[in-house]
Design a binder for this molecule. Structure first.
Ligand SMILES: NC(=O)CC[C@H](N)C(=O)O
Length: 309
């Protein structure tokens, strides 16, 4: 891995802010979930946590925002606790090349989603986690509370309801999979867990801390091992190839790190063995990734040479 040993995080963060500042407010806030449409676009937060405990942040790094699809990484880690092959008959691990809520590919491919980081794949993972634990949302919330160090971390019920009321596309995906025999639990129950999962709020600083689970290759904040090293490595491989929807190729080119974005404007990026990075700006590009978040990560990896390549 090309990592320079003498990285000054403060210098790197200063350069990130200089580069991003003129672009704060750019992009379009997701409004297909009405509650997300109310977020002020002129915000930007960035935080870096290192595996040895240092955390640096700037801008709106302590403002809460909706985790959305970034939760998909953590539910995937949770189902991996039951063994690595547990989930792979039900979901593939190939980039989709299409939107995160696309239906047509799912029908062509007999109800087996392309990967666990797009909506249908994540719905399957939540279904599996529900079977494993009896309460998928509670399992995820407990994990995130422990890894962020915030015992109050929770879903935003208004956003969860907003998702439920406008979630016809996710219902269509889930029922299509049920039609192919790829759902274990009743669709409304799975989606209730999935919508609450997506509506968990977090700050950039907390997210950077939570991502250390992967930066440490599966070791939790309390030092216990959650998933084995190879499982963590493979989750990061899926993030690199699938974590930013149909822009994953461009992210690998620009940022060169495993990333996972969400339509709340957050992006989690991991420098394996070294850093967990959280970038947040609510304005999204046409593919649903944060404009300022992507620019910040692009700048950070250029300045520090921290990349998996
Ligand atoms: N890409 C995302 O962040 C999408 C998550 C959102 N809750 C949805 O299901 O559409």
């Amino acid at each position: 891995m090309a990592v320079s040993d003498d990285i000054d995080l403060s210098d790197a963060l200063t350069v990130v802010m200089e580069r991003v500042r003129p672009h704060i407010g750019e992009g379009k806030v997701a409004d297909y979930i009405p509650e997300l449409g109310r977020v002020d676009p002129k915000q930007f937060g960035f935080a870096v946590a290192s595996v040895d405990g240092e955390v640096r942040s700037l801008g709106d790094a302590d403002v809460r925002f909706s985790m959305q699809s970034m939760t998909k990484v953590f539910t995937l880690a949770l189902v991996n606790q039951e063994g690595e092959d547990h989930i792979w008959g039900r979901v593939n691990r190939e980039p989709s090349g299409s939107a995160f809520n696309s239906l047509y590919q799912l029908e062509f491919e007999n109800g087996i989603p392309r990967n666990p980081l797009i909506n249908p794949g994540a719905i399957v993972v939540t279904d599996e986690l529900l079977g494993d634990t009896g309460d998928a949302f509670a399992a995820l919330r407990a994990l995130l509370r422990a890894e962020t160090g915030n015992p109050e971390l929770d879903a935003d019920e208004v956003t969860a309801r907003s998702e439920l009321e406008t979630g016809d596309r996710n219902r269509a995906l889930a029922y299509l999979m049920a039609g192919f025999g790829n759902m274990r639990n009743p669709v409304p129950e799975v989606l209730d867990h999935y919508f609450r999962q997506c509506s968990i709020t977090i700050t950039a600083t907390e997210l950077a801390r939570a991502g250390l689970l992967l930066a440490r290759h599966g070791v939790r904040a309390d030092g216990t091992r959650m998933i084995d090293r190879n499982a963590a490595r493979r989750i990061m491989a899926i993030m690199l190839t699938c974590g930013t929807y149909d822009a994953a190729g461009d992210f690998a080119y620009r940022v060169g790190l495993p990333c996972k974005s969400g339509v709340g404007g957050g992006i989690l990026a991991i420098v394996p063995g070294r850093y967990s990075i959280a970038a947040w700006g609510p304005g999204l590009d046409a593919k649903g990734n944060s404009v300022t978040g992507a620019l910040a990560l692009d700048t950070f990896t250029q300045v520090t040479s921290c990349s998996v390549f």
